[in-house]
Design a protein around this ligand. Structure first.
Ligand code: FAD
Ligand code: UDP
Length: 389
């Protein structure tokens, strides 16, 4: 028969890798990680493109940023970070503007040379039509934040493409991180630290689990009972499990499906060294069917010498509702979804010797730094007690 490890981690994403690393370092146990995919890293996985020398992020662009000192110190044990600072541009009505909406965007849009105070007064006046209300929906919130002209130019159609939902039906929280700035600062993130892993994401993740007590089984589905680490086999053997797959799948969707959005990527290659001149170009208008295009080479300007000066690769992003079998990317999180998740969470709490974690296991939109933080906390509070000898 099989000799079971002390802990099985389902999912080799950042939650699972962090848990496995901690289990070995802090408890000295043996861990088996399984993943249904053919690689580790979960959605943050990337690979090198031979032709262009670009590092392609297979499940969409991933930029690391955090203000959490514990997480920053932790990740720096496994990789160095480049000096990359995330900046985004947007094409609207035949012109390119800087994002997030800042004084540069405003002055270009209104063909003006407003000072910060003048721009602030203008936006306040334009936002005035909804002043004093407390808009819970994205449409009203957007107009209140930046006024109708800028909202209609940069938010309305982009949001429509991304969510296929009338912005008046969407929660305002979606655009909380896109505020207007009354200066020329166009850094996308406000966090203390940001950067990209110097040798790529995969090298980072491999170093996290570089220990003989951690073994990995790829192309292994937790629900496939013909393999030794299945839900049923581990339950019968009483082996502790950390599960980072979809929580509704774990319970065979018995309460219904949690709703997600997915993204389809369309790859385009150009006979030129640099197509956009930046890593991310958003398309604000409805006539371009994709939301944004990612030019991966431009995330790593420090690798210019190793990149092909004559070819580049771009991924266009098309957003849509996910069906079962699609990659679930963004939890939709309507009130109905939240209520459904609460019922699954209650079921999960009754599952013996199993800890649910990560974005799929807890139906949460997590950035990488948040998922690492959540994994470190879950390890201390719930996983260590399960595996401590
Ligand atoms: P995942 O990475 O999803 O890992 C879960 C793993 O479980 C997967 O590998 C999956 O194959 C495996 N699994 C599922 N079911 C089974 C099963 N039955 N059997 C075996 N294995 C199974 N974060 C940032 O910080 N910055 C960004 O710029 C950023 N951009 C993003 C862009 C997109 C399009 C998306 C979708 C996410 C982005 N994120 C970003 C978030 C980031 O991807 C997550 O925070 C992180 O990947 C979550 O890690 P996780 O371990 O919870 O889940
Ligand atoms: N958004 C927008 N126009 C843009 C960029 C973003 O309207 O050019 C809105 C949109 O509603 C989107 C939200 O802001 O869903 C968050 O966008 P961001 O790019 O920060 O997040 P991501 O799509 O990467 O999760």
């Amino acid at each position: 028969g099989v000799v079971y490890p002390d802990l099985v981690v389902v999912g080799a994403g950042l939650f699972g890798l962090t848990v496995a690393q901690q289990a070995v370092e802090r408890a000295g146990v043996r861990v088996r990680i399984i993943d249904v995919r053919d690689h580790i890293g979960g959605n943050a996985y990337s690979y090198m493109d031979e032709e262009t020398g670009a590092e392609i992020h297979r499940y969409g662009a991933h930029l690391f940023h955090t203000s959490n000192r514990r997480v920053w110190e932790y990740v720096n044990r496994f990789t160095e970070f480049t000096g990359y600072v995330h900046r985004v541009y947007a094409t609207h009505d035949g012109e390119v503007y800087p994002l997030p909406i800042n004084l540069g965007t405003i002055n270009q849009f209104f063909r003006a040379h407003y000072t910060p105070a003048e721009a602030r007064a203008l936006i306040e006046e334009q936002a005035g039509e909804l002043a004093g209300t407390d808009p819970a929906n994205l449409n009203d919130k957007g107009i209140q934040l930046i006024g109708r002209p800028l909202y209609e130019a940069f938010i309305k159609n982009y949001t429509g493409k991304q969510w296929q939902t009338d912005p008046a039906e969407l929660p305002a929280s979606i655009i909380r991180r896109l505020p207007v700035r009354f200066n020329y600062d166009n850094r996308y993130f406000r966090d203390t630290w940001e950067g990209l892993p110097r040798d790529g994401y995969t090298a980072w993740f491999e170093r996290m689990i570089d220990d003989p007590r951690i073994t990995v089984s790829l192309k292994t589905d937790f629900f496939d009972e013909s393999q030794p680490y299945s839900r049923r086999a581990l339950r019968e053997a009483g082996v502790p499990v950390v599960y980072t797959g979809p929580v509704d799948r774990y319970f065979d969707y018995e309460l219904g499906d949690l709703k997600w959005r997915t993204v389809d990527f369309k790859e385009v290659r150009y006979d030129e060294g640099d197509h956009f001149g930046c890593p991310v170009m958003n398309f604000s208008d409805a006539d371009v069917p994709y939301t944004r295009a990612i030019e991966f080479k431009n995330f790593n300007p420090e690798r210019r010498e190793q990149q092909n000066p004559e070819r580049t690769v771009v991924w266009e992003e098309y957003s849509r509702f996910a069906e079962r079998g699609d990659e679930p990317y963004y939890p939709i999180n309507t009130e109905a979804d939240k209520a459904l998740y609460a019922r699954y969470e209650a079921l999960a709490a009754t599952e013996p010797r199993t800890v649910f974690g990560g974005r799929l296991g807890t139906y949460q939109y997590y950035d990488m730094h948040q998922v690492i933080d959540a994994a470190l906390t879950a390890f201390d509070e719930r996983i260590l007690p399960l595996i401590a000898k």
